[in-house]
Design a protein around this ligand. Structure first.
Ligand SMILES: [Mg+2]
Length: 209
């Protein structure tokens, strides 16, 4: 039995359209006007608060946008609107449902993602697959506070499942391949921009299926 951990964004789910449209949708849902400056301020501040492990980074970033650009909206309402817009905008990466179903029969599956737990796990719930993942690890769980490729998040994942082998499946080279390998995982790289799942590391995949 292996413990197989999946990244979320670009691996299990992807956006219909691009993320700028999702963010714009959040402003519209909160009856606020969207401008490029407002979107840019949101992005910059979100990553700053996110990197600092501040509570509720999205609401804080929206609060800065409202202050600095005189936006007449509630930051909390904008943050809730963004989560709703994100949940409406996700779709499964083609091929992922059958791969997850096949692997879940024989292995313990987990999620290993950078992000806020409720948001990340909620996106997987939106595509109907959350129940397949027994171990759920997110960087912004207060008990973890480590972002891939930092050691702590991989160690948290390994501590959740007792397995002979640990495998990381993901789309991003540094967090999902290089970092995971350095911290005790075999890796499978998938490319969500391809029309179907790709797995350059066929040897690993062949031993799993
Ligand atoms: Mg990813």
């Amino acid at each position: 039995m292996a413990a197989i951990f999946f990244d979320v964004d670009g691996t299990l789910v992807r956006w219909r359209g691009d993320y700028g449209d999702v963010l714009a949708d959040a402003f519209e849902r909160a009856d606020a006007t969207v401008t490029d400056e407002r979107l840019a301020t949101y992005d910059e501040r979100f990553f700053q608060y996110f990197g600092d492990f501040a509570d509720d980074p999205s609401r804080r970033a929206f609060a800065d946008v409202c202050d600095e650009h005189a936006v007449d909206a509630e930051p909390g309402e904008l943050a809730e609107a963004l989560v709703a817009a994100e949940f409406d905008a996700v779709e499964p990466v083609p091929g992922v449902e059958s791969a997850v179903e096949a692997l879940a029969d024989r292995h313990t599956l987990g999620i290993l993602t950078n992000g806020v737990p409720d948001v990340q796990f909620g996106k997987v719930a939106e595509i109907g697959l959350l129940d397949r993942f027994d171990a759920r690890v997110a960087s912004h769980d207060p008990a973890i506070e480590a972002i891939k490729p930092d050691r702590g998040i991989y160690e948290a994942a390994r501590s959740r499942v007792d397995a002979e082998r640990y495998v990381m499946v993901g789309d991003d080279r540094e967090p999902d391949v290089d970092g995971a390998r350095e911290h005790g995982f075999e890796t499978v790289h998938v490319d969500a921009t391809a029309a179907d799942l790709s797995a350059p590391d066929f040897r690993t995949l062949a031993t799993l299926l």
